[in-house]
Design a protein. Structure first.
Length: 551
């Protein structure tokens, strides 16, 4: 560390003296007195004031302060103020400190500081380390110390030529601009960034990893075959935990990393929360697996899309199936999450319109440990069937086990989550899922499905088992690829709206996906859904023979 010599002036304490003017030196407090107080006003035995930045500094009983790092500055007469970095500090009356914008103290004229002659003898010299950083101000109850700028006879500051501080300032500015420019450069020109919001800790974490597995498989295959337009795809993801307050922030973060499209692989409420950011940043935000039509309706939805079908289509499929099965009354059990609750009225509407009466509705807390009370109330309503709507996972396994035990023989239906979560099935009791009808998207007559199934199996991993979620994640990337190839000189949003008749890897072999300026739900019909059933071994069995959605 470089060391320079700086002059320090001090004068005896003057009790009752007037406040010195800007051109006069301030008295240094005597031992035991606190700067900014009159004579006789003393602090504790610790001595004078403490300084750390702009705060006061406590002197120890030995006259030395505790230092927060760096070299100390010697205080004439004993003690030295601690420094926390920045420009050197001085006691009042011991010379004038550098201005708050200075990074180094330098006396004008190369020696003595410019100040009026007050009759004092030449100041003692004290060695002080040269510090980098922003100059600090004293806060000792007095005015801000005067600047040490050299002034002309009229009192105006004189411009300094070849001021080393100015040269350093310009250099720092140029360096900072270069660093910021490098940070803003984003991804390299030979990659295309795809962003993804996922859930690794919230309600959607039960199915989000399956979507991720399909997304990663598609990107791997596309890159292995040469990428898109000669560029490799790069996946950048963030987890919002299905917390809608975090989603907009994370989508902006992905945009800052160069993403022009974001896959919304979290709860439906998260996708809705992202809409304003997608619109304002002109990001294409595509939901592979969400079912809520609210994502693409209303304000700020010009850049938002979902593959589909929607929850309304699922309600229509169940309404038809319940009618064909002769079901007249149904009870609805749903978890209380912000993602699932909006689904309930949308699902229930077509069921009620089909003439099926809803005789009971129960809410289950997410991560509930016991649902006996809720199922007892459902049992008391004596419904012909029970519909369970949840994000799946442990919550639905608990509900299905209780229904199997307390209401054996009563037909049960599930939404689109639990039936597509292989890791959740073992959480249910033995045989508890036998006969359960669920919404899936794996159809045995679709040859494209089987190709993805084989590739997922080869890729391996905990979530490589074939599910609707994996297929939807896979298709979302393939659709983005097609849009990129169509983009040309237009926008990606316009290119996505030109995608038509894409042959999906989920649903029946006749199911296709198309978008347009006024069509932001891709599904061309409801045959992207398949109503499946569980067997006694708690694994999916054959399709439900009573009814299937039509294209």
């Amino acid at each position: 560390m470089a060391v320079r010599r700086v002059p320090v002036r001090f004068a005896p304490a003057r009790s009752g003296a007037r406040e010195p003017s800007d051109t006069e030196e301030r008295p240094r407090p005597e031992a035991g007195e606190r700067a900014g107080f009159g004579a006789g006003e003393r602090q504790s035995d610790a001595g004078g004031p403490a300084l750390s930045g702009s705060a006061e500094q406590q002197w120890s009983g030995e006259g030395e302060p505790a230092s927060s790092g760096g070299a100390r500055k010697q205080r004439p007469g004993g003690g030295d103020p601690a420094s926390s970095g920045g420009a050197g500090l001085r006691w009042p009356g011991e010379g004038e400190p550098a201005s708050s914008g200075s990074t180094e103290q330098q006396w004008l004229g190369g020696g003595e500081p410019a100040q009026p002659d007050t009759g004092h003898q030449s100041p003692p010299w004290v060695e002080e380390p040269v510090r980098s950083g922003v100059g600090q101000r004293l806060r000792l109850g007095a005015r801000e110390p005067a600047r040490r700028d050299k002034r002309d006879p009229q009192g105006k500051p004189q411009k300094r030529k070849n001021d080393p501080r100015r040269r350093r300032s310009v250099a720092v500015t140029i360096l900072s601009a270069a660093v910021l420019a490098g940070c803003a450069a984003g991804p390299s020109s030979d990659t295309i960034v795809i962003g993804m919001i996922k859930d690794t800790s919230g309600p959607a974490s039960a199915y989000s990893p399956y979507v991720t597995a399909g997304v990663e498989l598609a990107i791997k295959q596309i890159n292995a075959s040469g990428g898109v337009l000669g560029k490799q795809l790069e996946l950048v993801s963030e987890s919002d935990g299905s917390d809608t307050s975090q989603t907009p922030v994370l989508v902006r973060k992905l945009a800052g990393k160069g993403a022009g499209v974001v896959l919304m692989n979290s709860g439906s409420a998260s996708a809705v929360a992202a809409n304003p950011v997608c619109a304002s940043n002109e990001l294409v935000c595509l939901s592979p697996d969400n079912l809520s039509a609210a994502i693409v309706t209303g304000k700020d939805t010009g850049h938002t899309y979902l593959l589909g079908p929607t929850s309304a289509g699922m309600g229509t499929a169940y309404a038809k199936g319940m009618t064909n099965a002769g079901i007249k009354t149904v009870a609805v059990v749903a978890d209380d999450s912000s993602t699932i609750q909006p689904y309930v009225p949308v699902l229930a509407k077509p069921i009620k319109e089909a003439g099926v009466k809803i005789v009971a509705e129960e809410k289950i807390p997410v991560n509930a440990a016991d649902v006996s009370a809720q199922i007892a109330r459902v049992q008391a309503a004596k419904p012909d069937a029970v519909l369970v709507v949840s994000s799946g996972g442990q919550t639905e396994a608990l509900v299905q086990t209780a229904l199997h035990r307390m209401m054996p023989g009563v037909p049960r239906f599930s939404g689109a989550s639990f039936g597509n979560q292989p890791t959740a099935w073992p959480l249910a009791g033995p045989g508890a899922l036998d006969g359960l009808v669920y919404v899936g998207s794996v159809h045995p007559d679709n040859p494209r499905t089987q190709k993805v199934a084989a590739a997922l199996k080869q890729q391996g991993g905990q979530h490589a088992e074939l599910t609707a979620y994996g297929l939807q994640g896979y298709d979302s990337v393939q659709i983005v690829k097609e849009a990129l190839q169509k983009q040309g000189s237009g926008t990606l949003n316009q290119a996505l709206q030109s995608v038509s008749g894409y042959q999906s890897h989920y649903g029946s072999s006749a199911f296709t996906i198309s978008f347009g300026p006024s069509k932001h739900v891709g599904a061309d019909g409801d045959c992207g859904m398949v109503l499946g059933t569980f067997g006694a071994d708690n694994t999916p069995g054959p399709a439900w023979p009573v009814s299937q959605p039509a294209c």
